[in-house]
Design a protein around this ligand. Structure first.
Ligand SMILES: Cc1cc2nc3c(=O)[nH]c(=O)nc-3n(C[C@H](O)[C@H](O)[C@H](O)COP(=O)(O)OP(=O)(O)OC[C@H]3O[C@@H](n4cnc5c(N)ncnc54)[C@H](O)[C@@H]3O)c2cc1C
Length: 380
């Protein structure tokens, strides 16, 4: 397989993806717009590659945007503390400077060799929404010279409870994209892990009340956070399960029952179910990539077992890998630069220094798509 055959070096991503032209063409297809994929798009753009970014979720940012947009991250190089939402906003801006095509709310379903070399990435056909800024497409497939899989843990599917499902989207949510929405509300948080405790702590200062309901006695969350929660005024009900939700249009009350059969009805205009997420490779499992422990095996150039297909971030594995955002950034840079060399035989592996390039990319964050696109805010 000659992964360099199409499209040519520096080709601009093109193809409106209309019904008449269901194909979009790019040098590099990046599958997964989490931190690794977003950074890969800017590294690839820096090397002059045209890039298409695909993500199954309606907004970019991967686990950060989906699971902890309000949390502060303390271990990203060069940032003493950065809120998840702000980091995503800056990564989006960095990628957007190179004008990738954004395919958000689209799942990459198939990978097949292109008839003229390179790869065809098949997409689901339920593209949602229109971009607010940047380019998008309704294409049914991407024709790319190389593919970089940055699919993290796969599309996260929230774990739920039968009692919660009838009110999904009507007061029951699986994460908190914007804390402000809960100002003045009575909020019930269900779960006993880090997410549950963190959301409870974050909501406590602005909600009318916060009650954490956990079916076990002990919390799995960090000991320090649990201590903070008990000291914060949050009501904590352990050995207790949610049995029923009540309401008309939206949830209004939550019935819980403890191990001794004691029933309590809590006021609740919002229920945050922090019960974890099930993850799987999903359609990627059928792509014929060599895996280890259900992750994609890569070599030191982030090459997978298929020529012209790379992987980076939490989806990839090699001996000693550490699952951190910072590690994914390094892998994304390595993968994008190796892809650039594969697509442009004779090109140097080491990129020019970004400091030698003028003008510098615009720093303004760009909201590429959908109502929940990230907006930066200053970290405290
Ligand atoms: C609560 C929590 C706190 C964390 N705190 C930290 C921290 O403080 N510091 C740190 O370094 N790390 C932290 N992490 C881990 C960090 O978030 C991950 O290491 C990082 O998000 C991995 O980035 P990624 O880009 O590889 O994958 P992800 O962030 O998982 O993004 C992958 C993206 O790929 C998409 N995708 C998957 N399959 C497909 C498909 N077939 N088609 C289209 N799109 C697809 C998904 O929708 C997702 O958006 C934390 C994680 C959690 C859950």
């Amino acid at each position: 397989m000659d992964a360099t055959a199409v499209p040519g070096p520096g080709t601009s991503a093109r193809g409106p993806g209309t019904e008449a032209d269901p194909e979009i063409v790019a040098d590099l297809a990046v599958v997964g717009a989490g931190p690794a994929g977003l950074y890969a798009a800017s590294c690839a753009g820096f090397r002059g590659l045209s890039t298409v970014l695909v993500d199954a979720l309606a907004e970019p940012g991967g686990q950060i945007a989906a699971l902890y947009p309000e949390k502060r991250i303390y271990d990203v190089a060069g940032r003493a503390a950065v809120r998840g939402r702000e980091l995503v906003g800056e990564l989006v801006a960095q990628a957007a400077a190179f004008d990738p095509v954004w395919l958000l709310g689209r799942t990459a379903t198939t990978l097949t060799p292109g008839d003229r070399g390179g790869w065809l990435v098949g997409l689901d056909d339920d593209g949602r929404g229109a971009p607010r800024a940047g380019r998008s497409s309704r294409a049914a497939r991407i024709r790319a010279g190389a593919v970089l899989v940055t699919a993290g843990l796969g599309r996260p599917t929230p774990r739920s409870l039968p009692a919660l499902r009838p009110f999904e989207g009507r007061g029951v949510a699986y994460h908190v994209p914007r804390l402000e929405e809960h100002r003045g509300r009575d909020v019930v948080v269900v779960g006993g892990g880090d997410s549950a405790v963190d959301w409870a702590l974050a909501l406590a200062p602005l909600a009318a009340s916060v009650t954490v309901v956990h079916r076990r006695r002990a919390f799995r969350a960090h000991e320090y956070s649990v201590k903070q929660m008990y000291a914060s005024g949050v009501r904590v009900l352990t050995d207790t399960q949610v049995t029923r939700l009540h309401g008309t249009d939206r949830v209004q009350q939550v019935t819980v029952e403890d191990r001794d059969g004691q029933v309590t009805v809590l006021p609740a205009q919002a229920v945050v179910a922090a019960l974890g997420f099930a993850t799987s490779l999903g359609p990627l499992a059928g792509w014929g990539l060599a895996t280890e422990d259900r992750l994609i095996a890569v070599d030191r150039a982030m090459r997978t077992s298929l020529p012209g297909v790379y992987a980076a971030g939490d989806i990839c594995t090699y001996e000693g890998r550490v699952p951190l955002i910072s590690v994914g950034f390094g892998e994304a840079a390595t993968a994008a630069n190796h892809a650039a060399v594969a697509l442009r035989p004779g090109a140097r592996l080491a990129p020019e220094h970004s400091t030698d390039r003028e003008p510098t990319p615009p720093a303004e964050p760009v909201a590429p798509h959908g109502p929940a696109a990230p907006t930066p805010e200053p970290s405290a």
